[in-house]
Design a protein around this ligand. Structure first.
Ligand code: ATP
Ligand code: PRP
Length: 210
């Protein structure tokens, strides 16, 4: 029996939508993920197992081949940079936008802007391309708080309904990228396990289309 394919799944909001999609592709976890404390989960198929990790770690596991495939948001992939992996299928899960945002109605100050974000690489690239110098402040969540308490002039964060911005007196300003969830594949595994991965990708593509 060859090694099973390992798929890295992100805990958190995209897991709820990923599981029904995988089920339609014929893959169902053997444990109840909501209650299980296991991080490696067998499935109904001998040739597929799941690992459950933090969203931002998914590209790293796939880059180094610790997982053959992974499911992660485009935001996380763009921040990672994509070394060692292919972005293969847009799963159309959790669509949203990455935007800059600032205090509603307040003109931006003339001094070098301070920008708070969980996405320093994307942010740096975005402002660099526009020839704007900014000071980056790395945060791990609740970015919307930063302008209100004077930590930053702008934030770069995800926006879906816009409710979180609004509730914190912020307004969206510039669109940086559209975000949705992607299936990614380790480059070496794509070659070495070509048949198994192609069959799985085709089932996932059919599940997305269906
Ligand atoms: P962690 O808890 O590990 O820090 P996280 O808070 O970034 O991770 P989630 O909030 O579960 O994790 O988000 C995971 C992914 O869901 C993001 O990478 C993004 O692609 C997508 N996402 C996040 N916020 C939204 C949103 N408001 N609407 C739609 N999709 C979103
Ligand atoms: C995400 C994102 C925004 C919010 C946007 O946060 O970071 O804060 O959703 O969604 P909205 O436009 O529909 O309000 P999340 O709920 O994942 O919390 P987190 O920042 O703690 O990860």
């Amino acid at each position: 029996m060859p090694e099973p394919l390992t798929i890295a799944l992100a805990k958190g909001r995209i897991l709820d939508e990923t599981l029904p999609l995988l089920a339609r592709a014929g893959i169902e976890p053997a444990d109840d993920l909501a209650s299980s404390r296991r991080l490696v989960i067998a499935t109904n198929r001998d040739d597929v197992r799941l690992v459950l990790i933090r969203s931002a770690d998914v590209p790293t596991y796939v880059q180094y081949g610790a997982a053959d495939l992974g499911v992660a948001g485009k935001d996380v992939l763009a921040e990672h940079g994509g070394n060692g992996l292919y972005e293969r299928v847009d799963l159309k899960i959790a669509p949203c936008r990455m935007m800059t945002a600032g205090i509603d109605g307040r003109p931006l100050p003339r001094h070098r802007l301070r920008v708070a974000t969980k996405y320093p690489r994307i942010t740096e690239r975005f402002f660099h391309r526009q020839g704007r110098q900014v000071e980056l402040i790395k945060l791990y969540g609740s970015m919307e708080l930063a302008p209100m308490v004077g930590l930053a002039d702008l934030i770069v964060d995800l926006v879906d309904t816009g409710n979180t911005l609004k509730a914190n007196g912020l307004a969206p300003l510039e669109h940086i990228m559209d975000v949705s969830t992607r299936l990614i594949i380790n480059r070496a595994a794509q070659k070495m396990k070509h048949r198994a991965i192609t069959a799985l990708v085709e089932r996932v593509e059919a599940a997305v289309a269906g």
